[in-house]
Write a protein that binds this ligand. Sequence first.
Ligand code: B12
Ligand code: SF4
Ligand code: SF4
Length: 366
Amino acid sequence: MAKLSLTPADLRTLATVAEQAGLLRLGIVRLDHPGFAPARQALDHFLDRGHAGEMAFLQRTRDVRKHPESMLDGAATMLIGLAPYGGEPGPVARYARGPDYHSVLHLRLQVVEEYLHTHFNGIATQICVDTRPVLERAAAMLAGLGFLGKHGCLISPGLGSYVMIGGMLTTASFAGPDADVDHTRAPWDACGSCTRCLDACPTQAFVAPGDLDPRRCLSYLTIEHRGPIDEQLAAALGERVAGCDVCQEVCPYNKSESREARTPAASWLQPWPQTPARDPDPVRLATIRSGAHKRLCRESALRRIPRRALRRNALLALGCRDRPLTPDEHDALTTCLKDPEPLVREAAHWALSQRTLNEQNRESPK
Ligand code: B12
Ligand code: SF4
Ligand code: SF4
């Protein structure tokens, strides 16, 4: 296969192509960049402490994630693109509203891929958006697209952290210099003394800056965890039924939503709910049937959550409400108490006892 090299001028052209497709930032990183060493160590440390919880895919793909060149013969670099999003706080985390980000990023990266195949004879490429294991945050940082905050998320200058990351392995080398990133320092140096995200986390899920224990994280518990949720952690759910944005909501880098992120090419997420089928009302979700669940999850990142887990989340969210039960809530909870699914029955039981307890506390305040 011909040896290919991309120049900084090629990268600028690719960035323009990417921008037109809605990837507002595009960078490149060599796969042998020394900055991957601390990222690989961080992954090992994470997995060795059991932080993956039920996310067996992280254990299974440990080696490939650390050495993505094994996924594409002759891979030398990775292009990284960012798709911004935004929105108001709500029961469904922002990234999961509207179309599935995997497809959105994949389609946008395909535009860049097609350009590469047209202009660089013999290049081989492989798109990776979660579906193929790469260290996306570390790669984005080393490609010069931003820094990692103490909450672990990539913060991109001008866009903040509400950006999804997509990668593309290529067999081309890069003839330009590495991005100016000091990988010998902690990636969250730019946060300075701020600790807002760590302090605001409803379940204190951070062991240290940049070191999350997902087993306490509401995002993990609502999306990845399949069993019952510990009562104390459930009490921190509030109205959330899928994912959590608290650590990003409090971040000063997200305060002013970038105009750039709202350009027509970039805006792929519509305000939630878009349609009655996507209504995230917990009363509706608690008893959602299979057909309605399929309509809710079609082409959405929500399809990652099995129906019984989504119903569990909705019931727990109902249990977190601190007000008298409405007839609709009462009906949903008592119906679910008789559900054949133990996970649902257990969550309904917890929710009803919480509401009863709240009611008693309201009637006889201390
Ligand atoms: C598993 C997973 C989760 C798990 C675990 C998250 C975690 N923090 O590990 C759960 C379900 C909890 C989760 C939650 C969320 N996730 Co998630 N998740 C992933 C996934 C699939 C793998 C992450 C992983 O490998 N975790 C293991 C840890 C060890 O890796 P890491 O978080 O990437 O951390 C790296 C850095 O700390 C770095 N590092 C540490 N020290 C140093 C030092 C130097 C010098 C360098 C360079 C790097 C470095 O090394 C680590 C490994 O590379 C990625 C996609 C991907 N392929 O990467 C998406 C991803 C990280 N998730 C994403 C999103 C959007 C979220 C949520 C915001 C969703 C939500 N609203 O509910 C939350 C955010 C929670 C949080 N504060 O992290 C985005 C993040 C985008 C961004 N701007 O950063 C990703 C990249 C998906 C994507 N394609 O865009 N997620
Ligand atoms: S997503 Fe929510 S629960 Fe998870 S670390 Fe951030 S604030 Fe904490
Ligand atoms: S809230 Fe503060 S500490 Fe957390 S990522 Fe943002 S700037 Fe960094």
